[in-house]
Design a binder for this molecule. Structure first.
Ligand code: AMP
Length: 396
């Protein structure tokens, strides 16, 4: 298999699919360029190896057809700054003018194509559109993990035009390597920490995790669906009644598979959903009427810490409580501390899924875990055990 490290880019034009879907403010200024800086090593590698980079991405949600608001013109100067070299902007992503500009590119130069989603064929995965993109370059690099779960023209379909000249960019390569450390061959014991609001959005991951982990920690709002399923009184805590049976099945399956399923036993209950609520510590199965569990309690934190402390591979997805409010942030902070400590002692830790990443950043722990995945939907589908089209297209 070709890799970005062993491929010869000399005099080649590399079509690089990146994720430049960055947020802009009302003056069209980039407010967070993380996604752009993340793709720079791949773009630079091509240019410094005697090739030229043709960079393509989606940006925002245009309603098909050009919309100035979603034009790459808002990004091109910033990209030039990041690369230390002026980047040319194409007026479209396909067509004669773009072909001309691509053909005129010299080694060491870069061209940014206009927003792929100005054409509905991109999301439609249209083969002839993919073919038109493919005409622009000699090889295809996928460096957009965030869209790897989509079978779009530029993220997957285009692969068939480059059977021998397709590869992952550095960003996708390191993302896959980190996720595989957890999903493919974890050093044991392995622990998954699942939190967040709802069981419904995490259920497929939880089911998949039962086949992989030694310990499965359940925190966050989803605790209470499990506790109610076991007959507990959960007061006004978050609960998804449609998932009670499924919660029972998970408890049963965990037993069958000898997975140590740890559901929070005590919690911090509040009389309202607010930072200044009245609070008390109580068992998760004995919450007063009208009160709600908004964080895990001290007994639970102790158990979570012990389990995380003895783990060699850790996946953390979702906060243990309503960490955005200081009153209910102790459980999530404690998990973060325990994960950081284990990581320091040699465990591999992967944090992924929007809110756990936000939590890690809030507590300033981003450098204390092994890998933070910002891929959102793509990561979740990978954790669910699904094959991602953008990855399969290159591996096939
Ligand atoms: P998710 O996007 O599913 O990972 O959910 C994240 C959200 O879950 C965060 O905004 C938390 O505030 C929220 N959350 C965590 N624990 C609870 C809880 N016990 N009750 C209500 N919401 C919670």
């Amino acid at each position: 298999m070709q890799t970005i490290s062993n491929y010869d880019f000399k005099n080649k034009k590399a079509l690089i699919r990146v994720d430049f879907n960055v947020p802009l403010n009302e003056n069209f200024e980039i407010t967070d360029d993380t996604r752009m800086t993340a793709a720079v090593p791949t773009i630079k590698k091509v240019m410094e190896s005697g090739g030229s980079s043709i960079i393509m991405s989606h940006f925002g949600r245009p309603k098909y057809g050009p919309e100035d608001k979603y034009s790459m013109r808002h990004l091109v100067n910033h990209l030039s700054g990041l690369l230390g070299k002026e980047v040319k902007l194409a007026p479209d992503c396909i067509g004669d003018k773009v072909k001309e500009m691509a053909a005129a590119l010299k080694p060491g130069e870069a061209l940014l194509l206009e927003n792929l989603r100005f054409h509905k064929e991109e999301e439609g995965g249209d083969e002839s559109f993919a073919g038109k993109l493919a005409e622009l370059g000699n090889c295809w690099i996928n460096d957009a993990f965030g869209t790897a779960h989509r079978a779009h023209a530029s993220t997957a379909v285009i692969a068939k035009f480059f059977p021998n000249d397709k590869m992952f960019g550095y960003l996708v390569e390191s993302e896959i390597k980190s996720i595989d450390k957890v999903m493919a061959n974890p050093v044991r014991p392995m622990t998954a920490i699942m939190g967040g609001a709802k069981i419904s959005t995490k259920i497929t991951i939880i089911e998949n995790m039962l086949n992989k982990v030694d310990n499965l920690i359940i925190g966050g709002g989803m605790i209470f669906t499990f506790v109610k399923a076991m007959g507990g009184d959960i007061g006004a805590s978050l609960c998804e009644n449609d998932y009670l049976e499924l919660a029972k099945t998970i408890i049963k399956k965990a037993k069958e598979k000898s997975v140590n399923l740890i559901i929070a036993s005590d919690c911090l209950a509040a009389d309202k959903f607010a930072n200044d609520a009245n609070i008390e510590i109580c068992p998760t199965s004995n919450i007063k009427d009208g009160w709600m569990g908004l964080d895990v309690g001290p007994e639970t934190i102790k158990i979570f810490k012990e389990v995380i402390g003895s783990s060699k591979t850790i996946l953390w997805n979702g906060p243990a409580g309503v960490f955005e409010m200081d009153t209910f942030s102790a459980g999530t902070k404690a998990i973060g501390d325990a994960v950081a400590k284990s990581t320091k002692e040699g465990a591999f830790s992967l944090v992924g899924g929007g809110d756990s990443v936000a939590a890690v950043n809030k507590f300033g722990m981003a450098d204390d875990v092994s890998y933070i995945s910002t891929a959102g939907g793509a990561l979740l589908e990978y954790l669910e055990g699904k094959a991602l089209p953008g990855i399969a297209a290159i591996r096939e």
